[in-house]
Design a protein around this ligand. Structure first.
Ligand code: BMA
Length: 320
């Protein structure tokens, strides 16, 4: 019997490859997404032929075809003024900060001390104001919420502990000014043992506001004798208090199956950093095998219904 398919792959996948860029590169993957200026805007992670990544904007009217890609890197690492970007910048997520009328881009800066979380603001995806590192290494997979809670901004991120056996969990932190972060709490713990999301989890695209709560799509990394498998699951956070985890799916909702997901620089990886909601339709942009960019289509109402029916192993809990 076939399982329920919640995200349908676009038949035109992969929608972008390195050869589609206006300059030579090794790969294009893990793109952030936003509905900007009546179009879909992606911030592509482009890995150059040295192995270092930068971000390049791509724009499309229908979000699938006709991508207009900036002729050179849109946001390149700047190690002279930002030494933490010495080995490039990776895996952006975009959030519109309603109150400030500005777009926040969180990304991984690959520093000499390990990957950390940096934040930049932009109004037009052409010039960026860097706020610098907001979380020390190792920390990745960060995104802001678009609104404040009790006067404070909130950010989801994924620090990695070196303490044996504790796993890498998703955390929630707060800030009065986007610069200084504290009140750190574990939000979604990696499960243990044989689960698909045992030992290592991380946020995928930014949390999505729905009437039922903040919809979270996260990745779980299963380590096997054949290497890691990156798959995706769902969770739901309380709309007023994102520290309350209402639901969490038992099963994954999307995983590597197609050849462009199974084979590449890092096989068996689907890694979304952006989704765009259009009515009830979701377009999920994901890096495939750390090599190309692919697209899957879902319906928000169906995801929420499915999540309610498939969180049997979960009981509501607060972050700790
Ligand atoms: C993660 C991130 C992603 C990458 C994935 C699979 O740790 O670094 O950029 O897509 O690994 O290699």
């Amino acid at each position: 019997m076939q399982h329920e398919v919640l995200f349908e792959r676009d038949p035109r996948n992969p929608i972008l490859r390195a050869a589609d860029l206006p300059y030579p590169a090794n790969s294009v993957f893990n793109a952030a997404a936003a509905a900007f200026d009546g179009e879909t805007l992606l911030l592509l992670r482009v890995e150059d032929r040295r192995g270092l990544s930068h971000l390049t904007a791509a724009r499309s009217r229908d979000g699938v075809t006709g991508w207009r890609i900036d002729p050179q890197p849109t946001l390149a690492s700047d190690p002279d003024t930002h030494p933490e970007e010495i080995w490039g910048i990776e895996d952006p997520r975009i959030t519109f900060l309603e109150e400030k009328n500005v777009w926040a881009v969180t990304y991984t800066a690959y520093s000499a001390a390990g990957p950390l979380v940096s934040l930049a603001l932009t109004e037009d995806f052409r010039s960026f104001e860097r706020l610098g590192p907001v979380m020390p290494p190792e920390d990745k997979d960060a995104a802001l919420f678009p609104v404040r809670f009790g006067g404070r901004w909130a950010m989801i991120h994924r620090p990695v502990s070196t303490f044996p056996g504790v796993g890498a969990h998703i955390w929630l932190s707060y800030s009065p000014d986007l610069k200084h972060w504290g009140d750190h709490k574990v939000l979604i713990e990696a499960r243990k043992g044989g689960w698909w999301d045992a030992n290592k989890v991380g946020l995928s695209p930014p949390p999505l506001a729905t009437p039922a709560g903040w919809l979270v799509l996260y990745h779980g990394v299963r380590n096997t004798a054949g290497g890691a498998i990156y798959r995706l699951g769902l969770a739901l956070l309380d709309l007023e208090d994102p520290c309350r985890v209402l639901l969490r799916s038992d099963e994954w909702v999307f995983g590597p199956e197609e050849s462009y997901e199974m084979f590449g620089d890092v096989g068996k990886v689907v890694f979304p950093c952006g989704w765009v909601l259009d009515g009830d339709q979701i377009r999920l942009y994901y890096g495939a095998a750390d090599t190309c960019l692919a697209l899957a289509h879902g319906r928000l109402s169906r995801l929420l219904d499915w999540l309610k029916a498939h969180s049997r192993h979960w009981s509501e809990r607060r972050c700790t």
